[in-house]
Design a binder for this molecule. Structure first.
Ligand SMILES: [Zn+2]
Ligand SMILES: [Zn+2]
Length: 552
């Protein structure tokens, strides 16, 4: 069939030959912290845009991986394990299963799903720590921190709670839950230890390691100014420049047990072997401390990639995806500083001659999706949970709606009214009716064969318009505008529907072959272009085309 698949010239699907595009792309999204299950705000804020982009690369035939996993270290999970009196590893495993299950139901197409407590991530974390240390990017500083005399241990982060000195609300560690102000632990009124519940707390000096971020300022400024494309959305660029300008040293260790040990021995051995002019780390001093969760969590992106390729039987291939690849991230705006200042600094500072880590090529940075009146929040339990949402409606409905609402430039409000309008009027009416109407006519008139006819101007024009829509779709994605990409996919249905209504093949028997042929082609492109957003709908369209409609 000469004209079959004519307008899908930029996309391929299931078995068609790939177009020539030798890019290699790594896609990741902020790793969900597994103290709780991602709510819809998390889905649209980080995971979904990455999944959409990864699926887009797939239909373009571009070599890519989508890497993600659970972020499991840190205080909240350790505290909960204490409360539940179970080993933290076990709690992490349970939570990981819950999170993964809900993301599977949401049709997230991960190439690999890991968790940050893995051996590969430990190896990668220690590799990067060692490079940062021997290159002089890690310093030691003293801190004065709360210490529980009863438990004989320090109380970092949320291990200490009390009254906020500003508003009287609940202050946890270094932040007030009510007013959101950052506070110093010393300022907390009537502090209480979260392990024993007591208040025999004193402040003691303790030594910690700091990442010397100001040393990367010049390199980061050069990156954010000159990288092509600009690596973050316009709406956030000034905030990023300010963050780089005002960067400070960051503490990367904690006085807790749950996390990766600090590789003091191995670093000191390297210093000795290579006779480096760096001071060794005091091994005793760091024996009971671990690397802070925020140090090893982003390293998980690379650690998981290593694990994935190792499982594929190749211990080296991960390097291709981190040294010669366009690395894309999808994160919520509350993660901006970590991904535009801290993580890029870690990448720069741990690069070697052999492994020169790629700086972020592009970061999808989403604003917030707000529940009807308030922000979705995992810790406060507001908003609709993802599993409740999936109990009510299929994943495609949520993916479609959320993709329409991706808060690309500003906070966006979720409302049921809006949800119903998008699903009923756009997905079901515009897209669904055009597909169903065409397919039932094809069955009725042509017994599910693809008919051949002599094209008139109107037919050529409809194909032309559809071809343009596909081209605009590709352009929107290349511009990292996912919402606009979806708009162009929907446009295909509008073009097809208008064309059918204007040509009225039901009143005009001579025109039936051409109009059905053209409409089927448009449906096929529609199915392909919807794939990143609504994979199950695409599969249904594919099934209908392959099973019931075949080229004659
Ligand atoms: Zn407060
Ligand atoms: Zn205590």
């Amino acid at each position: 069939m000469e004209n079959w698949f004519k307008i899908s010239r930029h996309v391929y699907f299931l078995g068609e030959s790939k177009i020539n595009d030798d890019r290699r792309v790594t896609v990741t999204s902020a790793l969900p912290y597994i103290h709780g299950v991602p709510h819809l705000g998390n889905i649209v804020g980080s995971l979904l845009p990455a999944d959409i982009y990864h699926r887009y690369l797939d239909i373009r035939g571009i070599d890519n991986i989508y890497i993600c996993g659970s972020d499991v270290h840190g205080t909240p999970l350790e505290l909960e394990a204490l409360e539940q009196d179970m080993p933290v590893e076990k709690l992490a495993e349970q939570q990981d299963e819950k999170v993964k299950d809900v993301l599977d139901r949401m049709e997230m197409d991960f190439t690999f799903w890991g968790n940050t407590d893995s051996d590969y991530n430990r190896k990668q974390t220690h590799d990067m720590f060692e490079e940062l240390y021997v290159n002089g990017y890690i310093n030691e500083k003293e801190q004065n921190l709360p210490y529980c005399n009863n438990d004989e241990r320090f109380l970092p982060d949320r291990y200490i709670e009390g009254e906020c000195p500003h508003c009287g609300g609940l202050a946890r560690g270094d932040q007030c839950d009510e007013c959101g102000k950052l506070i110093e632990p010393e300022e907390i009124v009537e502090p209480e230890c979260q392990i024993c519940g007591g208040n025999d707390i004193e402040f003691k000096d303790t030594t910690h390691l700091y990442l010397d971020l100001p040393k990367f300022k010049a390199e980061l400024e050069e990156w954010i100014e000159n990288a092509d494309p600009q690596p973050v959305p316009d709406s956030i660029i000034n905030e990023v420049k300010n963050a780089i300008e005002n960067t400070e040293q960051r503490c990367i260790t904690r006085d807790i047990n749950w996390g990766f040990e600090i590789p003091t021995e191995r670093v000191n051995k390297r210093i000795e072997d290579e006779e480096l002019e760096v001071e060794k780390i005091d091994e005793d001093r760091y024996e009971d401390k671990v690397l802070y969760v925020w140090f090893d969590a982003p390293i998980g992106y690379i650690g998981f990639t290593r694990e994935y390729f190792a499982q594929q039987g190749n211990e080296e291939e991960w390097k291709d995806y981190w040294t010669d690849s366009d690395v894309h991230y999808s994160i919520g705006k509350d993660n901006t500083i970590f991904h535009t200042v801290i993580w890029p600094s870690m990448l720069k500072g741990s690069s070697t001659e052999e492994i020169d880590y790629e700086m972020p090529h592009y970061e999808f940075i989403q604003q917030y999706l707000l529940a009807e009146d308030t922000q979705f929040s995992k810790s406060r339990g507001t908003g609709l949970s993802t599993s409740d949402a999936l109990d009510m409606y299929p994943a495609d409905y949520w993916r479609f709606y959320l993709a329409r609402k991706i808060p690309q430039d500003h906070d966006t409000k979720f409302s049921w009214e809006d949800f119903e309008a998008e699903i009923n009027n756009v997905l079901n009416d515009t897209v669904g009716n055009f597909v169903n109407r065409t397919l039932s006519l094809a069955e009725q008139w042509f017994d599910n064969e693809v008919p051949v006819g002599d094209f008139e101007n109107a037919d050529e024009q409809a194909l032309e318009e559809a071809g343009d829509a596909v081209e605009n779709y590709v352009e929107a994605f290349e511009d990292h505008n996912l919402k606009k990409g979806l708009e162009h996919a929907i446009e295909l249905a509008r073009i097809g529907d208008r064309y059918l209504s204007e040509e009225e093949p039901w009143n005009n028997e001579d025109r039936r072959a051409e109009t059905i042929h053209v409409s089927l082609q448009i449906i096929r492109s529609l199915g392909v272009t919807l794939y990143p957003f609504t994979p199950e709908t695409t599969e249904r369209i594919e099934d209908m085309l392959n099973a019931d409609i075949h080229a004659s």
